[in-house]
Write a protein of this length. Sequence first.
Length: 233
Amino acid sequence: MTDTPPINAQALNHWFGSGEARKQALFDISLQIPRGSFTALVGPSGSGKTTLLTLLGCLRDVQEGSVQLLGHELRAAPEADLITLRRRLGFIFQAHNLHESLTAMQNVMMGLQVHGRIDDATAKQAAAHALGLVGLSERLHYLPGNLSGGQKQRVAVSRALVGSPDIVMADEPTAALDRESGANVVDLLKRMGQARGTTTLMVTHDGRILDRADRILTLEDGRIVKDERRSPA
């Protein structure tokens, strides 16, 4: 097992726009996130949290500085390498982005398509297991239109986790969930970190779950202004 952190950013800067409208969004971000940890990224709206998450998750080009993801440098990396890396990540966003014409199980099975050919029976078994982990065993064959907002978000969580990703990148995944469901999702991610070494980086405004984080990074105006380490719960 390597000691190389799965996420390692150094002197990361980022801008939006061009010419006189060019505005810097991130300033000199340096951080290392160890394997299996659960890190919460907090701060006011517009502080750069989602921008940082998308840069670390190779969803946005690195302009200046260095980002090493799972040992691979992202800056100027070929698109083929970025696609390969994304297959090792699980993404959860505030908008669940489910296909309305597919059942909960079929939506989750789509999370396995990036891993290549897998037989239908195995995919169904994996999807059913992932949905069971978030308490949706009784909703496998429901269409999104027949699910509540919180249930849809739990399907999205299952879809991100079904392929056993090395890293989970989550942007406000508990915003649509009640306190118990949100806590259950976070606890599930923490268990994956302990059992599989899955690393989680979560953007959140949800103060109800912060006591479960191993580390809380606070951003303000594009800068990390606080780095709070916590003992594992």
